[in-house]
Design a protein around this ligand. Structure first.
Ligand code: BES
Ligand code: ZN
Length: 991
């Protein structure tokens, strides 16, 4: 019977294709048919069988397949019958914005998704069928769901009522299929007589065709070379709103359902999805039904990849790493730490990982760093693969961080999901906090708790100190707005305030409250208040003394933008301090006077005089800017430090005597102050000086203690601060003098850590060396320059020798040699880039290529970034542009480039990366002319900057800050405040 059915049923009926069939393939298809012993719609076996023949699939563009399907925005008002439940709709004012939310008249319960990604050159497409079990919540004559760039066969759309006796088929109106392309809705309207009844269940099914694009979203294609042969694979990236590009679905995070996935594939390939395979088949892989989950966590993959099974000890799940076959040797590290971190989180959350398997896969073309799809985590190659010989400590740190982050999401995000994207920060902020716990568990040598302060807290403060920052919790509607909030505020500030919360509640209470929260919302959704409730309850149980509820405290941090600077003025005569808070802004403009927000926070304060005893108190959000008096057990000759281990998200400024005493302590024995607080002191003082709240003399004198410092984290904080001064001054006549002063700070460090790595040394010492060498070379240390240039020359003479340059110095060696060298040095790096099989090494080489001082080479790199045949992947285009913009010579070339090649760039680069490009170009703008041009650019392109408006404003704010900074500091303070250390008595330098 089957043989008599037209094998190209789908294609024949949809695209009128004709192709030949071979007996052998028929047999395969038939075999499959019998093994199953169940009836499968003809199309579901037909397509892959046809494909396996290698038959000519006639090119079918979705656009011309179903002319009957109309695109008519006006015809149907989708939101006319929205539900009214609190969680169903955004809980904020939406009048000014279009309501892009789906109505809640029907809710999905289960999806049966069958997809066949066609990986044929000139015919990259997706053939699909979906059937969705729905429950009707409210009588309606239409079903509204998401769909984008998909064409549905109107004749295939069926709505069947479930139940006994066998379901009745409802009739779809003859003109009842509409696409609202703006809203990305598919609207299915029934004939007048038919209605979906409240409480009844239905199955909606349809066949459709989509595009397998190279746009790195939805279900898309990625390509790579294996033994010189070009290979294609299909892979998905759904978050936040692109599942609708792979199959019609209810694409909102709180419309959870279970999914049964079937993927069609060529016989040589492997198909993967969130769940393990249920059965062994030839052409179709059937995956077990999933747990209830959101659409953005669905994943589909069809590829010829290699599988490495990790040792999981006695865990209940399997754990696999997948990669290109020729990258197999780079999967070892991930397979070692993956299962360990997953086990760690099972213990931390006190909830077992609920799926039978976890897969992690490295994708050659991938827009984000990684994606936490439940049970099938996808990564950019640099975020999963690690080559013992060719990758650096920084690469190891990245892999460890990203794996821990995505695994934390399996609970926080996947098991309990934010109700709507407004609470995205809860997902990303929490994972960004928890990643440090997971990473510390497997890689303690990287001192993650210490690194947290520079990598997250101090890093995000620089953005959050701008007037154009935004609150963590943002009301968002449209996909563009949703994309825009995947930023440092959601991640870094989110992580930081959660760390602060864990610190003031105490780890035990925090963890138990968290477990209670996860258990009570598992397989469901939650808003931030649900987390605050669970923590408040646990704090009561544990009798944690709090000045008010967790919600009241945390609302001041999530609903207001920015953070405070707490000023500590000691009353030396009576052992007390006066405390006050105000918003820390890098620069105040007139705009702030129109902002009616009361910038006061609930500030959990801690302080110490010796790091043996820690005191704590609260500054209330209601205490206006009035001074709060606190008595502290400090002798008048004893320093006091606030914000112990910088667990609080605020800066501290002291009276000058206290600063001075801290400085003396640092000079005499810096180790009596914790490494995190040393980093805090460097970061706070340099930033307070930058904002004009502290004189540079104080800040730079504090930094003199660095001659004794050997820890990475305080150095990192200090160098980041100095980097700003350096980038501002680099085009001024004072730069020569500044460089000389920097040399006096860096040279002792460079001499201490040396150029050569010792076997088995501390990982953070290796990282410190990378920084020291990079700074030494950039400020013209002769030894540094000659060593780097020589090493590079040796490498050029012996290109296959990987022992000449340590991977930890390869970036700076290549950068310096290319900067000082000529075309040949650059060409060599390009050749090594093309030849390398290790993505992290490729990244390093590409970055160093942008160090060239030849304008034409920089221009060439910019052009290459957009050229699909240049060897630079689309995923890396933005990085290249950003790197060139970071070269002071390339900054302006890049600004011209983005103005000229605007349209082309927009085609290749997503909003998120476009924002980063604008920021990279403008970060060092500090002249009137540059600022004027930037503002003009924004005005000319305002319409096209949708989704990057805030980033553009932030770039403008930053340029204004810079201009202001130059006015104040350029000619006056800086050169005179730098002291060249001499043999003089140190204290005489010091005030
Ligand atoms: N959920 C994100 C991936 C994502 C990012 C999806 C942006 C859609 C838009 C994932 O968990 C993530 O945050 N990845 C980070 C890496 C992480 C270690 C901070 C990334 O992609 O950079
Ligand atoms: Zn994340």
């Amino acid at each position: 019977m089957y043989k008599s059915m037209p094998l190209c049923w789908v294609l024949a009926s949809l695209a009128a294709c004709v192709f030949a069939m071979e007996a052998q393939d028929l047999e395969a298809a038939e075999q499959f048919y019998h093994i199953q012993g169940v009836y499968y719609p003809a199309w579901s076996v037909a397509v892959p069988a046809a494909y396996a023949v290698g038959g000519q699939l006639v090119s079918f563009s979705p656009d011309r397949l179903y002319p009957e399907a109309t695109t008519n925005k006006a015809a149907v008002s989708a939101s006319s019958s929205s539900g009214s439940d609190k969680k169903d709709q955004p809980q904020h004012d939406t009048t000014s914005k279009k309501n892009v939310r789906l109505p809640r008249t029907v809710l999905p319960i289960h999806y049966d998704v069958r997809l066949f990604p066609v990986l044929e050159k000139d015919n990259f497409s997706i053939l699909g069928q979906v059937s969705i079990d729905l429950q009707c919540q409210m009588e309606t004559d239409r079903i509204v769901l998401h769909s984008a760039d998909i064409v549905v066969d109107p004749k295939s759309v069926k709505v069947i009522e479930q139940g006994k006796p066998a379901g009745k088929t409802l009739t779809v109106a003859s003109d009842g299929i509409h696409y609202d392309t703006d809203m990305e809705f598919l609207i299915i309207r029934l004939e007048d007589k038919d209605k979906l009844a409240k409480g009844a269940n239905y199955t909606l099914s349809m066949n459709f065709v989509g595009n397998l694009t190279d746009q790195l979203r939805g279900l898309y294609r990625s390509t790579y070379k294996e033994d010189g042969v070009e290979m294609s694979m299909a892979v998905s990236q759904m978050e936040p709103t692109d599942a609708r590009r792979a199959f019609p679905c209810f694409d909102e995070p709180n419309m959870k359902a279970t999914f049964t996935v079937t993927l069609g594939r060529h016989r040589d390939m492997t198909a993967l999805s969130n769940m393990p395979e249920g059965m062994e088949e030839f052409y179709w892989d059937h995956f077990a039904p999933s747990v209830p989950m959101s659409t953005y966590l669905i994943a589909f993959i069809v590829a010829n990849f290699t599988q490495v099974e990790a040792d999981v000890g006695n865990a209940t799940w399997k754990f696999n790493i997948y990669a290109r076959p020729s990258a197999r040797n780079q999967t070892q590290y991930a397979s070692e730490i993956g299962p360990k971190i997953q086990t760690f989180f099972e213990d931390y959350f006190q909830i077992p990982f609920p799926l039978p398997k976890q897969d992690m896969i490295a994708i050659p073309d991938f827009a984000a760093g990684a994606m936490e799809n439940w049970g099938l985590i996808t990564y950019r190659e640099t975020a999963l693969l690690y080559d013992e010989k060719k990758s650096s400590v920084a690469n190891k740190e990245r892999v460890c961080e990203v794996i821990a982050h995505e695994l934390a999401h399996q609970w926080f995000g996947n098991l309990v999901t934010m109700d709507w994207w407004t609470d995205l920060w809860l997902n990303e902020g929490f994972a960004s906090y928890a990643e440090y716990l997971g990473a510390q568990h497997v890689e303690p040598g990287l001192k993650w708790p210490q690194q947290f302060v520079t990598r997250e807290l101090q890093n995000v403060m620089s953005l959050d100190a701008l007037e154009s920052s935004h609150p963590i919790s943002v009301v968002v509607h449209h996909p563009n707005e949703i994309h825009e909030i995947f930023d440092r505020i959601s991640y870094g500030k989110g992580a930081t305030i959660i760390r602060m919360l864990a610190a003031f509640l105490g780890e035990k209470t925090f963890r138990q409250g968290l477990t209670n929260y996860l258990k009570s919302h598992q397989y469901g959704n939650a808003v931030q208040d649900d987390l605050w409730d669970a923590l408040t309850k646990q704090a009561k149980v544990d009798k944690v003394p709090l000045p008010t509820g967790v919600k009241e405290i945390m609302d001041t941090w999530t609903l207001k933008m920015g953070f405070p600077v707490v000023t500590v003025t000691r009353e030396y005569q009576n052992n007390s301090v006066l405390l006050s808070q105000e918003r820390f802004l890098m620069q105040r403009s007139n705009a702030s006077s129109q902002d009616k927000t009361v910038y006061l926070w609930w500030v959990p304060l801690t302080y110490t005089t010796d790091f043996q005893k820690v005191g704590s108190t609260w500054l209330a959000d209601g205490q206006t800017s009035k001074k709060h008096e606190l008595s502290i057990p400090a002798d008048k000759n004893q320093w006091v430090i606030f914000n112990v281990d910088q667990t609080g998200y605020y800066r501290i400024n002291y009276d000058s005597k206290n600063w001075q005493m801290i400085g003396q302590q640092l000079m005499t024995n810096h180790l009596s102050i914790s490494a995190i607080n040393r980093a805090q002191i460097m970061d706070d003082s340099l930033n307070l000086a930058e904002a004009g709240l502290l004189d540079y003399e104080t800040a730079l004198n504090l930094a003199r203690y660095l001659e004794h410092e050997t820890d990475y984290v305080p150095w990192n904080a200090a160098l980041t601060g100095m980097n700003y001064i350096s980038s501002m001054m680099s085009r001024t006549s004072g730069y020569g003098l500044l460089k000389k002063h920097f040399r006096t700070i860096i040279t002792p460090l460079y001499n201490l850590v040396g150029f050569d790595q010792k076997v088995g040394e501390d990982l953070l010492l290796t990282k410190l060396r990378t920084k020291a060498v990079s700074w030494a070379c950039s400020i013209g240390n002769k030894d540094c320059i000659s060593r780097t240039v020589n090493s590079y020359a040796q490498w050029m003479a012996d290109p296959e020798n990987i022992d000449i340059i340590s991977p930890n110095l390869k970036g700076i060696v290549a950068c310096t040699a290319i900067e000082k060298g000529d075309e040949a040095e650059w060409e060599f790096a390009l050749n090594r880039y093309m030849a390398s099989n290790v993505a992290s090494e490729r990244d390093v080489l590409l970055t160093s290529m942008s160090c060239s001082e030849k304008p034409w080479i920089l221009a060439k790199m910019l052009e290459m970034s957009l050229n699909p045949t240049s060897g630079i992947r689309k995923q890396d285009a933005a990085r290249v542009i950003i790197q060139v913009a970071s070269n002071s010579l390339g900054r302006y070339i890049t600004f011209n480039f983005i103005r000229e090649k605007w349209t082309e760039i927009r085609k290749v680069v997503s909003n998120k990366f476009f924002s980063r490009i604008i920021k990279a170009v403008a970060s060092s703008f500090n002249t009137e002319l540059e600022l004027k041009e930037l503002i003009q650019f924004r005005e000319e392109r305002s319409e096209e900057l949708i989704g990057a408006e805030r980033a553009t404003q932030q770039a403008i704010d930053r340029a204004k800050n810079n201009l202001n900074w130059m006015d104040v500091n350029k000619d006056t303070t800086l050169p005179t405040t730098f002291h060249t250390p001499s043999n003089d008595d140190e204290s005489s330098h010091y005030y």
